[in-house]
Design a protein around this ligand. Structure first.
Ligand SMILES: Nc1ncnc2c1ncn2[C@@H]1O[C@H](COP(=O)(O)OP(=O)(O)OP(=O)(O)O)[C@@H](O)[C@H]1O
Length: 350
């Protein structure tokens, strides 16, 4: 696959924050090869600038068929902007994005056929009922006759909105609205789903149900890009995640791998019943796995960063006991996913 970007951004534009005029230049269009291993979603050197704001600043990643990819970042990170470009609702300032190998810049119609988008806000369709709402979108996608009816039936069944079918949208709970919105994204049976913060504002039960639906869709072969600003919310259901902040991808890969990579250090806490004043000096003798700068003695408790394995942990305890310390408790705390997220991102808002 040719790695050349489709659109060119001059060095001076890049330095000045680019253009805001959606000036898309598809000069040397790259012929895209469709093969079995064409990624279902690909962002390639994607940029989107709004004046000086670099909402999306050179993002590249791929999502393979059938994968659930979590797109995670704090508010204002650039998630919605990149998803809107994938959904062909906006254009890149530079770079391109592909769905099943089709460019959002050059083949938006082909992209739309293959993609269902669930935006982060519902829109205003207050006076129609759920069935009418889904039927409207089915027609918009060109579904007719029996095919449309069957599709409607499947979507209503899958999203569990049967009982709501005749209710006006204005009377729906947030959870039911989200189901309906997912139904709308699914109505034309797209291969790829883009879900922008679908769990925001849902209660715990609705979140679990949404998670189940998403996993089931992936098991049926759909490729799903789902955003959130909460890593733990997505970690369980995603095959891979990308962490984005200030328009840039800071880490990408399997959740476990990212966690392992960041897990250079855990925190060890010991309860020592005697000689607390001598502890720091003794721990310094027992290094190298103790982070000396992190030692905090608080009454009977001593805490420190520790990067060794279990046998090295045991060696510290037996070393302290051999020096006459009464070690009453030992506990090790690994970094949680939230700690990892906070470590990767700096909480920068633009
Ligand atoms: N149409 C626009 N005009 C100007 N600035 C915009 C526009 N759309 C987005 N931005 C800016 O681009 C940056 C990224 O916004 P975006 O909505 O993509 O972030 P996000 O990660 O989806 O955040 P959130 O979690 O809050 O939805 C923000 O600084 C935002 O203010």
């Amino acid at each position: 696959m040719n790695e050349q970007p489709v659109n060119e951004l001059t060095a001076s534009e890049a330095a000045s924050g680019g253009t805001d005029a959606l000036e898309v230049r598809s000069a040397d269009q790259v012929p895209h090869v469709h093969s079995a291993d064409t990624p279902s979603i690909e962002l390639r050197r994607l940029h989107r600038f709004f004046g000086k704001t670099k909402a999306v600043n050179d993002i590249t990643f791929e999502v393979q068929k059938g994968q659930v990819f979590g797109y995670i970042g704090p508010n204002g990170a650039g998630k919605t902007t990149s998803m809107r470009i994938l959904a062909t609702l906006d254009l890149p300032s530079y770079g391109d994005a592909f769905v099943d190998g089709f460019s959002v810049v050059n083949d938006p119609e082909l992209v739309r056929k293959r993609l269902g988008f669930m935006p982060d806000s519902f829109g205003t369709y207050r006076d129609v009922n759920c069935r009418e709402y889904l039927d409207f979108f089915a027609r918009a996608y060109g579904l007719v006759g029996r095919e449309r009816n069957e599709r409607l039936k499947w979507v209503i069944g899958f999203t569990g909105t049967e009982k709501m079918s005749d209710k006006p949208i204005r009377g729906l709970s947030k959870g039911m609205k989200q189901r309906l919105c997912l139904g709308r994204a699914l109505i034309h049976d797209p291969a790829v789903l883009i879900l922008d913060e679908p769990a925001a504002g849902l209660d715990p039960r609705a979140r679990i149900e949404l998670r189940k639906m998403i996993r089931e869709l992936a098991d049926r072969g759909k490729t799903i890009l789902i955003s959130s600003h909460i890593l733990t919310e997505l970690a369980e259901m995603c095959d891979a995640v990308g962490i984005i902040e200030q328009g840039q991808l800071l880490a990408t890969g399997h959740v476990d791998d990212i966690q392992k990579e960041m897990q250079t250090e855990a925190e060890l806490t010991l309860r020592i019943l005697n000689r607390q004043d001598d502890l720091t000096a003794s721990l310094q003798r027992l290094q190298p796995h103790v982070d000396l700068g992190s030692i905090v003695v608080d009454g009977q408790l001593v805490r420190f960063g520790f990067s060794g394995d279990l046998s090295e942990q045991a060696a510290i305890v037996s070393g302290l006991v051999a020096e006459g310390f009464q070690v009453a408790e030992v506990s090790a705390r690994k970094k949680s996913l939230e700690d990892v997220f906070l470590q990767v991102t700096e909480g920068l808002v633009q």
